[in-house]
Design a binder for this molecule. Structure first.
Ligand SMILES: NC(=O)c1ccc[n+]([C@@H]2O[C@H](COP(=O)([O-])OP(=O)(O)OC[C@H]3O[C@@H](n4cnc5c(N)ncnc54)[C@H](O)[C@@H]3O)[C@@H](O)[C@H]2O)c1
Length: 322
């Protein structure tokens, strides 16, 4: 039986990863400070998940975890201040968590015989690329402290892979969406916000889909279960290490198209409202995923199937709450 430490496991992507690990009969230890995550996201009772509430910047705590779980096979590191705008408001705190926290984890767990250390990086490392789709070997020019820290984390992963023999790999997530993504923050993924508004409108609450600018900006949205599948595939392939992989579908959808799809999939007659473009918003983001495909990965879903599954989940949730 394998054992995984999942930092940020009470968050959106982390909780899906925990579920997938449990399906593989792994033991799971979650470290999360619940700053944006929620304990309710985790299957705690009788599931074999050990939940530790704490901070990845607490080095004494990390050492304790290492001592108590010296038989860890995997460190899956997703804990982070997860938004570009938050990093603009408070670059120092973001750096402390997103960069220092990553370094502390690498440094603490480097002595264990890990099968893999996997790190959640981000498409934001590319900044505003000259052309899309972006390939892993394009020059990264992050535009925010969030992107800069994610990139620095990638460099440290490579260094610990090469110099300290920590088998490490980084997933550059594009726009991940799916069940349990929290729509309550203005920095949340646009899909969770659009779904929340469209559901509200279906339930008679006056609401609209707000689009910044002309809505022609494009994103590469990937359903969370496929993002997690890619993550575990990269973790479990022993030959893959010291590398960075784009994790998206390699497709591109405009925000305007997305608004139409959300209306359609929920059958919601909700207005679209155009507002001022957001400062610093990237125009186009799309992953080149040949490198990921070459590892033998096939996705289980598609963008449209992910949207459908999310719609079904939310419909059931609303019914069970009413
Ligand atoms: N959602 C996306 O589209 C996306 C895209 C690119 C990269 N990422 C990265 O993937 C990871 C997961 O993102 P998410 O969307 O699930 O966000 P999330 O906010 O749901 O998850 C982050 C988790 O980390 C925890 N956390 C934050 N700071 C911590 C700290 N100091 N110590 C311990 N735990 C801490 C939070 O409580 C939360 O549970 C993050 O690293 C994020 O930067 C996400």
């Amino acid at each position: 039986m394998t054992k995984c430490l999942v930092t940020g496991g009470a968050g959106f992507i982390g909780s899906h990863l925990v579920e997938a690990c449990l399906e593989k009969k792994s033991k799971v230890v979650v470290l999360d400070n619940l700053s944006t995550g929620r304990k309710e996201n985790l299957p705690l009772s009788d599931s074999g998940v050990e939940f530790l509430e704490g901070d990845i910047t607490d080095r004494a705590l990390l050492r304790n975890i290492k001592n108590q779980h010296a038989d860890l096979d995997y460190v899956f590191h997703l804990a982070a201040v997860p938004a570009v705008p938050l990093s603009m408001q408070d670059p120092v705190n973001t750096h402390r968590v997103n960069f220092q926290g990553t370094l502390f984890l690498l440094d603490t767990f480097k002595d264990l015989a890990l099968k893999k250390f996997v790190y959640a990086s981000s498409a934001s490392v590319y900044g505003n690329p000259n052309r899309v789709p972006v390939r892993e070997d394009f020059l990264p020019v992050p535009l925010s402290p969030y992107g800069a820290d994610k990139l620095a984390g990638e460099h440290y992963l490579r260094i610990f892979n090469d110099s300290f023999n920590v088998p490490a790999v980084a997933c550059r997530f594009f726009n991940v969406f799916g069940e349990r993504q929290d729509p309550s923050s203005p920095y949340s993924g646009v899909i969770s916000i659009f779904f929340e508004r469209a559901m509200a409108s279906k339930n008679g609450i006056n609401s609209s889909l707000e689009i910044y600018g002309d809505g022609k900006q494009t994103r590469d949205f990937i359903y969370v279960k496929d993002a997690v599948k890619a993550w575990l595939h990269l973790a479990e392939e022993p030959g893959i290490r010291g590398e960075v992989f784009n994790v998206g579908y390699g497709s591109s959808t405009s925000i305007l198209e997305l608004a139409h799809k959300v209306r359609e999939v929920l059958g919601a007659d909700i207005d679209v409202n155009f507002v001022e473009p957001r400062k610093g918003d990237i125009k186009h983001s799309q992953a080149e995923i040949q490198k990921l495909r070459d590892t033998g990965l096939d996705f289980d879903y598609s963008f449209d199937e992910g949207l459908k599954r999310l719609a079904e989940y939310l419909e059931v949730k609303v019914q069970s709450e009413s």
